[in-house]
Design a protein around this ligand. Structure first.
Ligand code: NAP
Length: 257
């Protein structure tokens, strides 16, 4: 077991799947006690049990990040169990591609903004209040390449709530970083390109879409959740002790074009 997060307590939302699951596993392997948050209990309970079986310290915490009561409960559960919270990684997120088909555009818009942007804010609000009391901490928010740039015209309609939600996360990151730096709290964002997870599965399972996405990435391939998790580890760890308020692309070069 490595030890870049030895004696640290972390809470990772969206930890039942994809980037959040990979981040929770990597943080546990690096010595952190990890709270695994997600909407549904089953995937995080299985993941926490597997991590514990491997010798890690892990706790599954079901809750909806769009609910202030749930967000506060998750942060409190972690601090009650381990006495503090050093790291929050906001991975819970949704794409409009998976909105229930019976919803109209307004319901889809509200849902995507609520989970991605409001959820990131609520979790950060309660976690940073605790971090302030204990004298510091680190938050890593999951934005996207589409928080930095618009979609190419063949890919987007201009009516999609995902880019504005992810762009809002970058501004939230910078605004909170400015305000909370004096308390020793660092807040940064990651901007992944296309990553193989449940979120992109309907696209990656279609050979034509997969080819188009690969062609958009200068490295010529999509990323793996573990490649984003390693960037989250860097920003959450003391290796990034003088870095706050950045939006770091983890995108195979997509936004360099
Ligand atoms: P994922 O595999 O779909 O995982 C997202 C997780 O968030 C799921 O377990 C999901 O639960 C959970 N979640 C959804 N709504 C929630 C809520 N209201 N409260 C708590 N948890 C909730 O997606 P991913 O690709 O790992 O994405 C992680 C983050 O990276 C997201 O913010 C995403 O926007 C961002 N990102 C992903 C990519 C990519 O290409 N994959 C690129 C850029 C940015 P359910 O499955 O039950 O809904």
């Amino acid at each position: 077991m490595a030890d870049r997060l030895r004696n640290k307590v972390a809470l990772v939302t969206g930890a039942g799947s994809g980037i959040g699951a990979a981040t929770a596993a990597l943080f546990a392997a690096e010595g952190a006690a990890v709270g695994l948050g997600d909407r549904n209990a089953e995937p995080i309970e299985k993941h926490a049990a597997a991590l514990a079986a491997g010798g890690a310290t892990a706790l599954a915490l079901a809750g909806d990040v769009t609910s202030a009561a749930d967000a506060e409960r998750l942060v409190e559960a972690v601090t009650e169990r381990w006495g503090r919270i050093d790291i929050l990684v906001n991975c819970a997120g949704v794409t409009p591609r998976y909105a229930p088909p019976e919803w109209d555009y307004e319901q889809t818009w509200d849902w995507v903004i609520a989970v991605n942007l409001k959820g990131t804010y609520l979790m950060s609000r309660f976690a940073t209040a605790r971090m302030q009391q204990q004298g510091g901490g680190a938050v890593v928010n999951l934005s996207s390449i589409y928080g930095l740039v618009g979609r190419p015209s063949f890919f987007g309609t201009g009516h999609d709530p995902y880019p504005p939600a992810k762009g809002g996360i970058i501004t939230l990151t910078k605004d909170m970083a400015n305000a909370l730096g004096k308390h020793g709290i660092r807040i940064n964002a990651l901007c992944p390109g296309f990553i193989y997870t449940h979120m992109t599965r309907t696209l990656t399972e279609d050979p034509d879409w997969l080819r188009q996405m690969e062609a958009m990435e200068p490295l010529g391939r999509l990323g793996q959740p573990e490649e984003v998790a390693r960037a989250a580890l860097f920003l959450a760890s003391d290796d990034a002790s003088f870095i706050t308020g950045v939006a770091l692309p983890v995108d195979g070069g997509y936004t360099a074009q």
